[in-house]
Design a protein around this ligand. Structure first.
Ligand code: NAI
Ligand code: MG
Length: 506
C-alpha cells in the first residue's frame, strides 16, 4: 500500500481553523443549519479522510434561499443600487479574496486534491481578476437608442430605446473540478448586472464557496443577494432547477445532467447557460514544432489531472511526426510526479474522489477490453488516495468508449492521419463541441482549421487557455450560451424595448 496522504500540519492556522469549524448554508446574509439535519462528509482525496461536514440541503433550504434572493432582487438596497455602487462592492470582494488567498488555496487543495499553485492560480488569483473585470462591466451595461419610422402613423414622432435589465434570480450549479473558480464565474456577472443568486456547489467540494460567503457578508453585499446552499444534485440541485422563483439556471457539469436541466428549465421558460462535457481534439500537422507541441499537448490533457471540460483528450498526429510526438508525450507523462496536493514537489495530485478514480479506471479497462494498447500509465496507485497515473492509449477506433465518451481524468487517446480532410472529419466526429486545437506553423492551415473545426473555442499551438475577456462556451452537446467576457453580461441581462410617442413642441 502506498500512502500519499496530505500532511495537514503544514496548513496555515486560518485554513486549519476553518476546516475544524461547523459549516452551514448561507441564506439571507446568515449562516443557518440545514432543515433536515442530514450532513455530507467532505473528503480529502489524498487520504480518503473526512475533513469536514456540510448540510445536505433539501427543497426546504432551497425554498428559503430562493425567497431571500427574490426579495433582494425585487426590493431593498440591492434593487435600488446603481452600477457604480455594485462596482465598488465587486472591487471590495476582490480585495478580500486577495487578502485571504493563501487560506482559500489551502482549503481548495485539501478538498479537491489539486496542488497549491493550481488552486492558487485558477481558483483564487483568476477569481480575483474576474471580480475586478466584472466590476468594470457594472458601469458599462447599456441599451441603444433607435429611430422608429412607424409608417402607419403619418406625422407621428416616436423615440425608441432598449434597456438591458438583470435577468433576475439566478440558480447556479457548479462542478468539483475548479470549485471556487466555477463559483466565481457565476457570482461575478450576477453581481455586475444586478441579479441575485442561489449557488449549489458540488457535493464533493463545497468548502471554498461557503468560505467565500463570509467575504460576501464582510464586503457589505446586501442580505439575500448571494446565497449558498450545499447538498446533492438530485435533491438540492433538482429543487433549484424546478423552482418557480428562479429566472435563469447557470449550470456547469456533465452533459447528462445538463440535458435534464435544459428540459426542466424549458417547462418554466427559464433562461439557461449550460457548460457541459467535451471530448476535445488536438490535431498536430506535419509542420508543427515538436518543441512546442509535445509539452503543449501534454498539458492539454494532463492539466488539472484531465478533470477539465475542455481537456484535449483525443490526439491526432500526422504520420510523419506520430512516433516522435507520442513518445514525447509518454515521456512527459512518466516524468510527472504524483503525490499529495500540499507537498511542494508534487506535480499532480489525486482525482477528486475515489468514485471518480473508479470511473476513470473503468474507462481504461474498457479501452483495454476493446483492443486499445497502453503506451504509458493505465494504472491506479494502490492505497486510499484517488490517484491515477497519466495514461496514453493507442490503437484506438472511433467506436470505442474511451474515444466517444468524456473520461474526465488523465487519459489521452492517440491516432495517426495523413490527409487534412480526413483528420478534420475525424476530429469533428463527436457529439461534443467544446474545444479543439491545431498545432501548425502554417497560417493558412491554422485559419482553415479555425473555420472548420466545430467547437466553441479553437486554440492554435496551445490548448485550454481561457481568459476572462474571451467568451467560453460549447456547441452541439457541449452546451448552450457563454461565460466570461461581454457575453456573460449579455447572458445575465434581458432586453427591454421602449417606444415613446412625442408631441411636436412647436
Ligand atoms: P454532475 O453533472 O452530476 O455534477 C455537476 C453538478 O451538478 C454538481 O453540483 C451536482 O450536484 C449537480 N447535479 C447532479 N445531478 C443534478 C440534477 N439532477 N439536478 C441538478 N443538479 C444536479 O457530474 P458528476 O456526477 O460529478 O461527474 C460525472 C461526470 O460528469 C464526470 O466524470 C465528467 O465526465 C462530467 N463532468 C463534467 C464537468 C464539466 O465541466 N464539463 C464537470 C463535472 C463533471
Ligand atoms: Mg452526477
Amino acid at each position: 500500500m502506498i500512502t500519499l496522504a496530505n500532511d495537514l500540519s503544514v496548513l496555515g492556522t486560518s485554513s486549519r481553523a476553518y476546516l475544524s469549524e461547523r459549516h452551514e448554508h448561507f441564506i439571507d446574509g446568515r449562516f443557518v443549519a440545514g432543515s433536515s439535519g442530514k450532513l455530507i462528509a467532505v473528503v480529502d482525496p489524498t487520504s480518503g479522510q473526512t475533513v469536514g461536514q456540510v448540510p445536505a440541503g433539501e427543497a426546504e433550504d432551497i425554498d428559503r434561499a430562493v425567497a431571500a434572493a427574490r426579495r433582494a432582487f425585487e426590493s431593498g438596497p440591492w434593487h435600488r443600487m446603481r452600477g457604480g455602487e455594485r462596482e465598488r462592492l465587486l472591487l471590495k470582494l476582490a480585495d478580500l479574496l486577495e487578502a485571504n488567498a493563501q487560506e482559500f488555496s489551502e482549503i481548495e487543495s485539501v478538498n479537491s486534491g489539486r496542488i497549491l499553485p493550481a488552486t492558487r492560480a485558477f481558483d483564487v488569483d483568476l477569481s480575483v481578476s474576474y471580480l475586478r473585470y466584472m466590476a468594470g462591466w457594472a458601469t458599462k451595461i447599456h441599451g441603444q437608442t433607435l429611430e422608429p419610422t412607424v409608417p402607419y402613423v403619418p406625422g407621428g414622432n416616436f423615440f425608441g430605446m432598449t434597456l438591458r435589465e438583470p435577468v433576475g434570480v439566478v440558480g447556479a450549479i457548479t462542478p468539483w473540478n475548479v470549485p471556487l473558480g466555477q463559483a466565481i464565474w457565476k457570482i461575478a456577472p450576477a453581481l455586475a448586472t444586478g441579479c441575485t443568486l442561489v449557488l449549489k456547489p458540488a457535493e464533493q467540494t463545497p468548502l471554498t464557496a461557503l468560505r467565500f460567503a463570509r467575504l460576501i457578508a464582510e464586503a457589505g453585499i446586501p442580505e439575500g443577494v448571494i446565497n449558498v446552499v450545499t447538498g446533492y444534485g438530485e435533491t438540492a440541485g433538482a429543487a433549484l432547477v424546478a423552482h418557480p422563483g428562479i429566472d435563469k439556471i447557470s449550470f456547469t457539469g456533465s452533459t447528462q445532467v445538463g440535458r435534464l436541466i435544459g428540459e426542466i428549465a424549458a417547462r418554466s421558460m427559464k433562461h439557461v447557460t449550460l457548460e457541459l462535457g467535451g471530448k476535445s481534439p488536438m490535431v498536430v500537422l506535419d509542420d508543427a514544432d515538436p518543441e512546442v507541441t509535445i509539452p503543449g499537448t501534454a498539458m492539454g490533457i494532463f492539466a488539472n489531472h484531465g478533470q477539465n471540460c475542455c481537456a484535449g483528450s483525443r490526439l491526432f498526429v500526422h504520420e510523419k511526426l506520430f512516433d516522435r510526438i507520442v513518445e514525447g508525450i509518454a515521456e512527459a507523462a512518466r516524468s510527472i510526479r504524483l503525490g499529495p496536493a500540499l507537498a511542494p514537489d508534487t506535480q499532480m495530485g489525486p482525482l477528486v474522489s475515489s468514485s471518480q478514480q473508479a470511473r476513470v479506471m473503468g474507462y481504461i479497462k474498457s479501452g483495454r477490453e476493446q483492443g486499445a494498447s497502453v503506451v504509458v500509465g493505465g494504472e491506479a496507485l494502490p492505497g486510499p488516495g484517488a490517484y491515477v497515473l497519466p495514461t496514453v492509449l493507442a490503437d484506438v477506433r472511433p467506436d470505442m468508449r474511451v474515444v466517444c465518451e468524456e473520461i474526465f481524468g488523465p487519459v489521452l487517446t492517440v491516432a495517426r492521419f495523413s490527409d487534412l480532410n480526413d483528420v478534420l472529419r475525424r476530429a469533428n466526429d463527436t457529439q461534443f463541441g467544446l474545444g479543439a486545437s491545431v498545432w501548425t506553423r502554417n497560417l493558412d492551415r491554422a485559419h482553415w482549421f479555425i473555420r472548420n473545426l466545430r467547437a466553441g473555442t479553437v486554440w492554435v499551438n496551445t490548448h485550454g487557455v481561457l481568459d476572462l475577456a474571451v467568451p467560453f462556451g460549447g456547441v452541439k452537446h457541449s452546451g448552450i450560451g457563454h461565460e466570461l467576457g461581454e457575453e456573460a453580461i449579455r447572458h445575465h441581462t434581458v432586453l427591454k424595448s421602449a417606444i415613446i410617442s412625442l408631441q411636436n413642441v412647436v
